[in-house]
Design a protein. Structure first.
Length: 119
């Protein structure tokens, strides 16, 4: 077994409201990070010293993204595609480790063989 934590379909379903909130926040933070990076890149150049509010904001956004991803990591839930809101819950079905794959906007998770993305 690759994972210590495994979810039943019911446990995964119960977490979906919180998952939706975390994904929404991560998407918002990533948009903010992109904006901050665009602002920083326009100011960057040879001999220019970047710092101050722009860099502090960029660092704070990075830290907030890390905190958001840690919510998934702590629960051993894998974020596969942030844009699609695609995540995998490790599960045991019929004695085999599989993933309950869920995508934002889809009502329920589907089972995916854990070997499909190994390597």
């Amino acid at each position: 077994m690759r994972f210590e934590k495994h979810y039943t379909p019911e446990q995964a379903r119960e977490l979906l409201p919180q998952i939706r909130q975390w994904l929404k926040k991560l998407v918002e933070l990533r948009a903010e990070l992109d904006k901050s990076e665009d602002n920083l890149s326009t100011l960057a150049g040879p001999g220019r010293d970047l710092g101050g509010d722009l860099v502090n904001r960029w660092v704070r956004v990075l830290a907030a993204i890390q905190d958001g991803l840690l919510e998934f990591y702590r629960r051993q839930i894998q974020v596969k595609d942030l844009d699609r809101g695609l995540i995998d819950f490790p599960a045991i079905l019929a004695g085999k480790e599989v993933f309950l794959c869920w995508e934002q906007g889809v009502a329920s998770a589907r089972v995916r063989d854990g070997k499909a993305d190994a390597g």
